[in-house]
Ligand binder design. Structure first.
Ligand code: ZN
Length: 650
């Protein structure tokens, strides 16, 4: 039985019904059952989960919906013709509007060759926003851009569309193995991914046609390279080329895409990870994560276990041993030796936001294959403290680094003069909050996130509505609205941060869990109107890194608490900045943060709650007080998330 045929046909039918490939990165049950490579123990994996279509999830009022609206407004403010400027120039066509600034055109960033990456992110973001809201203006813009890119392909008589100043010559030199500056495949991947999202999420036929012509160009252009030449080329950052090519294989059944996807899976990084060796110190973090997402995707369509082993090991080492309390990692974009934690934790250039964006993609893919609460716990922590925290709630602009330099402030990009990598991933982050709240199996529904929302489970003619003020209160309530009784399991996450979890069904205790980091399964014949309440416990806790036990972060449930240190010396608007390379210099007025004295294990108990929800007060060494609030609510003011603690006796 042709493995490929079985996968592709099942995936096509899935695509037709769900339209969520762009958010997928997960395996289907049929795929798991058909893999005969000896990689799955015990045959069919019952545990495989599916995401819900964004269109089947509604968000209630709250910070996530607010963040989505801010990004929708930003997307509407951008002009497609300006994003298309250099694509048209390279195709010999007259541009219709001036080019944007920052990474899109300015000399400062010319050497990285990211020109055009924003158009790809923009297509992805508009596709996510369209799927989430149904607003036809997003669809109109997607089709317009796709039509323009088709015109570029026709004018240049090539599938390649790019915005590099030297046009196709940069890519050609890279393919010939000549020294280049910049990251052409990274940039091209964004455009390919944007077209994929437009084709899948917005059903844009023009996007699909441009995408396939572009992808065929990739296959033909890379085919002459020997394996050694290919591997040398992959020493340069290449984004998620494997991921998008696997998606193309699943969209079309064309095995050329799968072959090329595996060639883009860099073996030098794969091998040590597959053997459980962490050689990540010193490597550029965000270069690696999309490769690992690609490994997971290659595993899903080839059944070759080294790809799965590498993806799982990478996730464990980065999420569980290299992450800050916020779920971010790295300093100046690179992994550092955790033995040197104290030398890096206070950097203004730690925790690049793209890394969190991509870690969540990887986490989601691994979770769907193996639904463990550990993955969902990390997702929640990073979603609040990395993603939601990254947006300026007033302007909608997004962070690059989210460093923990005491007394520093969050810095955001400008609307039209920055266009960094994190501007692009930032466009996508806030229009996909509908995703990953819920997942489902054949007869099970997982509630991973406590967010006011509702989900339509079409296979069961069921709607589950979640009402909650979480994290302001440690509980959530779920209501079933059913056409007919549903026999199934509701899997409620018992987060690692809550000692206990109690579940009430229609007001009566149905389950009690003392196992943080697990799921409470409630299986029964559900009736319309049934109500389920999950009660959790949130407490202030202290988190430290093993190599630096005297540097602490405070948490409350999944939230990192930050000292809100005021605005002294900071001019209004000075946190919207053009150049991410100058982080560490902006708003650099001298500032001495308050100090904390005490034994690390007693500090949490000494924090007092109030006056408002999620507000706390800590005592500083000088007897003053420090107001502590959730890190995701910090904006336009100085903050501290990590504190060097002075012992009482010293
Ligand atoms: Zn970035």
């Amino acid at each position: 039985m042709g493995f490929k045929r079985q996968i592709s046909s099942s995936r096509r039918s899935f695509l037709a019904s769900a339209g969520t490939l762009a958010l997928m990165s997960g395996s289907s049950p049929v795929m798991a059952a058909s893999a005969s490579a000896g990689s799955w123990q015990g045959g069919t994996r019952q545990a495989n989960l599916q995401p819900f279509d964004l269109a089947d999830v509604a968000l209630g009022e709250g910070p996530f919906l607010h963040a989505q609206r801010m990004t929708e407004a930003y997307l509407m403010s951008l002009e497609p013709d300006r994003l298309l400027h250099n694509f048209r120039v390279n195709a010999g066509l007259e541009p219709k509007a001036p080019v944007y600034g920052g990474w899109e055109s300015e000399e400062t960033w010319a050497d990285i060759h990211c020109h055009g990456h924003t158009l790809g992110h923009y297509l992805s973001a508009c596709s996510l926003a369209y799927r989430s809201t149904g607003n036809a203006e997003f669809r109109r813009r997607i089709d317009y851009i796709a039509g323009e890119l088709a015109a570029c392909q026709n004018a240049s008589n090539s599938g390649l569309v790019c915005a590099f100043p030297s046009g196709a010559a940069l890519v050609a030199a890279h393919l010939r193995g000549e020294p280049i500056t910049g990251v052409p495949w990274y940039t091209l991947h964004k455009v390919l991914a944007g077209l994929r999202d437009a084709a899948v999420l917005a059903d844009s036929a023009m996007s699909r046609s441009v995408l396939l012509r572009f992808a065929d160009w990739v296959v033909v252009a890379t085919r002459p390279l020997s394996d050694a030449e290919f591997e040398t080329m992959l020493e340069t950052e290449h984004g998620g080329m494997s991921e998008v090519l696997v998606d193309l294989f699943e969209m079309t059944g064309n095995a050329d895409y799968r072959t090329t996807a595996e060639r883009f899976a860099q073996k030098a990084i794969l091998r040590p990870l597959a053997e459980g060796r962490d050689n990540l110190d010193g490597l550029h973090a965000n270069t690696q994560i999309p490769k690992i997402i690609g490994y997971q995707r290659v595993w899903e369509v080839t059944g070759k276990p080294e790809y799965r082993d590498a993806a799982q090991f990478f996730w464990r080492t980065v999420a569980l041993t290299r992450a800050f309390a916020t779920g971010g990692h790295g300093d100046v974009e690179h992994f550092f030796p955790m033995a040197n934690f104290a030398d890096h934790v206070f950097s203004a250039k730690a925790s690049e936001t793209c890394c969190q964006h991509n870690m969540l993609k990887l986490t989601r893919a691994l979770f769907m294959e193996d639904p463990q609460a550990t993955y969902a716990d990390y997702y929640e922590r990073t979603l609040f403290n990395g993603i939601l925290a990254s947006q300026d709630p007033d302007s909608g602009m997004a962070t690059y680094f989210q460093g923990a330099r005491p007394g520093y402030m969050k810095l955001y990009h400008t609307p039209e003069d920055s266009f960094r990598c994190c501007t692009g991933t930032g466009m996508e982050n806030h229009v996909k909050y509908r995703d990953s709240i819920y997942f489902h199996g054949d007869d099970s529904l997982y509630v991973n996130l406590f967010v006011p929302s509702s989900v339509k489970w079409r296979a069961k003619d069921a709607v589950l509505t979640q009402v909650t003020r979480f994290p302001e209160e440690p509980r959530t309530t779920l209501h079933w609205t059913l056409d007919r009784p549903v026999d199934g399991a509701l899997n409620l996450r018992h987060p690692r941060w809550s000692d206990d979890a109690v579940v009430l069904v229609n007001g009566e205790e149905a389950a009690r869990s003392h196992a943080p980091g697990s799921y409470v399964e409630i299986r029964r014949m559900w009736q319309s109107g049934d109500t389920v309440e999950l009660q959790l416990k949130m407490e202030v806790a202290v988190e430290t890194a093993p190599a630096a036990p005297d540097i602490v972060a405070f948490t409350y449930g999944p939230l990192v608490l930050a000292g809100a240190l005021g605005r002294d010396g900071l001019a209004p608007g000075s946190d919207i900045v053009v150049n991410e390379r100058k982080f560490g210099e902006y708003n650099d007025t001298p500032f001495t943060p308050p100090r904390i004295i005490g034994e690390p294990d007693t500090l949490a108990a000494r924090m007092t709650a109030g006056p408002g929800p999620l507000e706390f007060t800590a005592t500083a060494a000088d007897g003053g007080t420090i107001k502590m609030i959730p890190y995701h609510r910090i904006a336009h003011q100085r903050y501290a998330t990590y504190w060097p603690v002075q012992h009482t006796a010293s």
